[in-house]
Design a protein around this ligand. Structure first.
Ligand SMILES: [Fe+2]
Ligand SMILES: [Fe+2]
Length: 256
């Protein structure tokens, strides 16, 4: 069974490229199940219309992250639609859900969205303990985790924490694809960051000159999506259908 995991979709540029490419990418990678991180569909946040577009483009599940609630319009959608997840380790009163199970011809797929605590916007629950609690309760043939986190150490530590207990774990949020895709010793597929889907000439999706201006120390720099051709970054995890463990990880990038 092949799992396709697509990095954070940024702005209309990323959405347009995803709409154009996802179905052919699914065919090319022989993907049986696709998870797309959508937390930046409108820069910071996602609108219901954009979530519909990502699902219509061929995603089975949308995961989110620290920008999940920047656009309040998504709150009822998160309650109503089982195919979009916000981080599990947010406070219990936060709308939506942090995990969901899906029936596939290969068996049940459990998808979990977690958020890290190093250099993040506010203090969610401990993601290591939150996922332990969930995995005690839920047993699925395949378990997939999107760990939305800043620190490479926190993501790697989570990889080893869950090694052998989940089929695949990938990082999102930093928008730069890492080259460390590997199968961990006990059979979990891992990559520190998938990368992003959006403008190729940009700083994480933002116009470079705006990011430079901010780092030069200028106050109140507006951030807008960069123009130009897009890229799509993702990883494919091949899972053994009898054990649920990973046998191969391949990171990919498609450019316009
Ligand atoms: Fe992001
Ligand atoms: Fe993020």
């Amino acid at each position: 069974m092949n799992i396709l995991a697509v990095g954070d979709v940024v702005n209309e540029s990323g959405l347009r490229f995803l709409r154009n490419k996802l179905r052919s990418l699914r065919r090319m990678t022989e993907a049986d199940f696709t998870v797309v991180n959508g937390e930046n569909a409108c820069g910071t946040g996602i609108l219901p219309r954009q979530a519909d577009e990502i699902l219509d483009a061929g995603a089975d599940v949308i995961t989110l992250g620290n920008h999940a609630f920047r656009r309040g319009e998504i709150k009822p959608y998160l309650e109503d639609c089982p195919r979009i997840l916000r981080p599990l380790n947010y406070a219990p009163q936060v709308p939506g859900r942090g995990w969901a199970e899906f029936d596939t011809p290969f068996g049940t797929v459990l998808v979990v969205n977690l958020i890290g605590r190093c250099d993040m916007d506010f203090g969610p629950d401990n993601p290591f303990l939150a996922v332990d609690r969930l995995l005690k309760e839920r047993k699925a043939a395949f378990t997939l985790v999107d760990f939305h986190a800043e620190a490479t150490s926190e993501k790697l530590a989570m990889g080893y924490h869950l090694d052998g207990r989940v089929s695949a774990l990938w990082g999102t949020h930093t928008h730069v694809q890492t080259s460390d895709g590997a199968v961990f010793p006990r059979g979990t597929g891992y990559i520190t960051d998938l990368g992003m889907t959006g403008p190729a000439v940009s700083v994480l999706g933002v116009r470079p000159e705006q990011s430079v201006s901010m780092f030069l120390g200028n106050p109140h720099v507006p951030f807008t999506g960069a123009p130009g051709p897009a890229k799509l970054e993702c990883a494919v995890f091949t899972l053994d259908e009898t054990t649920g463990k990973c046998t191969g990880v391949r990171a990919l990038r498609i450019e316009e």
